[in-house]
Write a protein that binds this ligand. Structure first.
Ligand code: IVH
Length: 683
């Protein structure tokens, strides 16, 4: 047998199964019972054999006894402390003065705003990942941590250590996939890490990234007998470099050193300014800068309180907040029927922007905050998100309204409202349908609610890029009774539109032309533009790739559930959202089918070929362009990645391969030359 075979024969399949079973059995004895029956070398041999036969076998990603996240608590071998916080320059100076006897060299890192995670490696294998929890005890989240792409399940150094870091979500991914379902990337990172089932509509751990900020080595008298001795570094910056060399991504760090206290303080403040400027261009959320004494022995001498180490300080960005007065709360019904509270406040400048309306998210938030109309409230605006009320400061005084200006510079002349509890509606403010409580949201279930209709139409027009149709026109069309469903748009005549206020012949004709241009559209575009609750553009495209025709969409039913949940990233909840959304709109869909030409989309083919499930990286000079090789890999079902990590299956290396080859060798990745790689393509 060669080093790899495709379409394994029966004997190989049986061997793979036997190996997986043995590894599961011995892992359990080793990690959970501490009563191993075989030597570590024997265990490693089983592991390596399975890896060579079936590199993607799930057992290789499973260590110890897998537990559902949240169900098992973990006592941290090294407690996970918090950090002492500072916002003012004087507090930084104070910190320098307090630590100065122990040195003036600090590691500065951004303070990542995510969820803390501890990775426990034993003999170089990831055996457990745990959340911070109380600091003494966290939750076992190993199975989700293993889904985070940049967390290696094996280290080249085969010893015992705990790697600490922050799990964050890339802001681009957050905005693209999750902005509608989670208030911020931090909540989503924490939720994805702890969730029991991976389901669309929640966060997926594979969208997260881990950034390490430290490593602690298990002392020799506690380490596994076969593990190498605990490593000892003089400085933290050395241990960060070591992490990087071992395939772990550390948070970006710089070493800052000063000659005296003042000079050191100034150097640290330069870092706070640099990050204040860089904050908005960082790919993930950061909320400050962490300063840590670099010398590890001196850290020991300083010690820690029950809350935080004395050798570190978290400087936090000044909050972008201000106080104002809550004048009123309006309730608005959105496209999906969610009825959300909008707070009207006296004009207030927050980070340079005049705010008069802020969101209160949902009815649950109104109750949680316990705000009353006429209260003085604190408003915060972080990054580029919508400003929000975070707390009430009790009854406002008339003086709280003085010296306020609207955005256009006009003086604010409003009066202090009589203090009153917010009115929570029982019926939809637009159509009077009785509202239902759905989690923290109030919902209007009437599909022909004028507010829902107007917003669905607007969503449709925006999705299809008809920019001649804006909010005003949609309101007018609905109010005049010309449009009662989205398909009604396609029955409008230029004359009817000209009958509306401020619509001249030219703009009316333009509207008709724009509508005509969208009379033919593909199923995926159609489903996206429909804007069903919980079904964003990405999911719509995924569903369309499975459903393919308008006919099949109209006839969707329970029998389709299985194939819907088989789509990557689709769980039961979303599948049901789609089915319900379609069932509720059956009449409208028939109408669409008569009015528009909705074309089929090709079925999204599951990748196939001999390389399915395998990842490749290409480096060095080869006889053919790398791009060509990459295309061939993809055509055979494989994945091409640009970086070498412990999870990479193969590195295709040509002449003069440099750092990638070196790293792959160190991480134990299989290296292929061009001839070997070509052999893999043979069926
Ligand atoms: S050092 C003893 N460095 O902030 C704790 N922490 O508010 C040493 N955090 O629990 C932590 N970025 O989860 C450190 N570059 C960084 C960090 C960082 C984020 C988190 C960490 C900690 C929390 C305290």
């Amino acid at each position: 047998m060669g080093w790899i075979e495709f379409g394994p024969d029966d004997a190989t399949t049986a061997r793979i199964e036997a190996l997986a079973e043995q590894i599961a059995h011995h892992s359990h004895l080793y990690y959970n019972e501490a009563t191993p029956e075989i030597s570590d070398a024997e265990f490693d041999a089983l592991w390596d054999e399975l890896k060579s036969l079936d590199p993607e076998h799930p057992q290789l990603r499973r260590v110890g006894a897998p537990v559902p996240p949240g169900s098992v608590k973990v006592d941290h071998r090294f407690p996970m402390r918090s950090l002492d916080k500072a916002t003012g320059d004087d507090e930084v100076a104070h910190f320098v003065a307090e630590t100065t006897a122990h040195g003036r060299r600090f590691v500065a890192q951004p303070k990542l705003d995510g969820s803390a995670l501890s990775l426990e490696y034993r003999r170089g294998r990831l055996v457990r990942a745990a959340t911070r929890g109380s600091g003494e005890r966290g939750e076992d989240v190993t199975s989700n941590a293993l889904r985070i792409p940049n967390i290696p399940d094996r280290l080249p150094w085969e010893g015992d250590c705990h790697v600490r870091g922050e799990v964050v979500m890339h802001l681009d991914v957050f905005r693209k996939k999750y902005a509608d379902i989670a208030p911020n990337p931090r909540n989503l990172a924490a939720g994805s890490l702890r969730q029991k089932n991976i389901e669309a509509g929640k966060g997926d751990a594979s969208d997260l990234a881990f950034h390490a900020y430290g490593v602690l080595f298990v002392p020799n008298d506690e380490k596994h007998p076969d593990s190498p001795d605990a490593l000892q570094f003089e400085n933290d910056s050395q241990s960060i470099a070591w992490l990087r060399e071992n395939g772990i991504t550390p948070a970006e760090e710089v070493v800052v050193e000063g000659t005296d206290d003042d000079d050191t303080t100034q150097a640290l403040l330069v870092e706070t300014k640099r990050w204040t400027q860089g904050r908005d261009s960082a790919p993930w959320e950061i909320d400050g800068v962490v300063f840590k004494l670099d010398n590890l022995a001196k850290r020991e001498l300083l010690g820690e309180t029950a809350h935080h180490p004395r050798w570190a300080l978290a400087w936090k960005f000044p909050p972008e907040e201000a106080t104002t007065v809550l004048l009123d709360i309006d309730w608005q019904t959105g496209r999906t029927g969610a009825v959300t509270p909008v707070a009207r406040v006296a004009p207030v400048v927050v980070s340079g922007v005049t705010v008069e309306n802020t969101t209160l998210h949902n009815v649950g938030e109104v109750e949680r905050l316990g705000v009353s109309i006429g209260d003085k409230v604190r408003v915060v605006r972080r990054g580029d998100v919508i400003p929000k009320i975070i707390e009430t400061l009790g009854p406002a005084k008339s003086s709280d309204l003085q010296g306020r200006f609207h955005a256009d510079g006009e003086s604010f002349t409003g009066e202090l409202p009589t203090r009153a509890s917010p009115h929570i509606p029982e019926a939809c403010p637009e159509c009077s349908t009785e509202l239902k409580l759905d989690g923290a949201f109030l919902r209007c279930s009437n599909l022909s609610c004028p507010a829902r209709l107007a917003r669905s139409i607007l969503y449709w027009c925006r999705a299809l890029e008809m920019d001649g149709i804006g909010e005003k026109l949609v309101d007018q069309l609905c109010e005049a009774g010309l449009v009662n469903t989205i398909p009604d748009l396609y029955r409008l005549t230029s004359e009817q539109i000209q009958g509306l206020e401020r619509m001249a012949e030219k703009s009316a004709n333009n509207v008709v032309t724009q509508l005509d241009a969208t009379r033919e559209l593909a199923l995926d575009t159609f489903l996206s533009a429909l804007g069903l609750p919980g079904i964003g553009p990405e999911l719509a495209t995924a569903f369309a790739g499975e459903i393919c025709t308008m006919e099949a969409l109209i006839n969707l039913n329970e029998d389709d559930l299985e194939r819907l949940v088989a789509i990557e990233g689709v769980g039961q909840t979303v599948a049901y959202s789609l089915m319900e959304g379609i069932a509720d709109r059956s009449e409208m869909l028939e109408d669409f089918n008569q009015t528009l030409t909705i074309t089929d989309v090709a079925k999204t083919e599951a990748p196939s070929g001999p390389l399915v499930g395998l990842s490749f990286c290409i480096t060095g000079t080869l006889t053919r362009p790398r791009k060509e090789i990459a295309l061939q890999i993809k055509a055979a079902g494989g994945k091409v990645v640009s970086a070498v990590s412990g999870k990479l299956d193969y590195l295709v290396a040509g002449e003069n391969a440099g750092s990638k080859l070196e790293k792959a060798t160190r991480l134990g990745v299989t290296i292929l030359n061009e001839t070997e790689w070509e052999a893999m393509l043979q069926p």
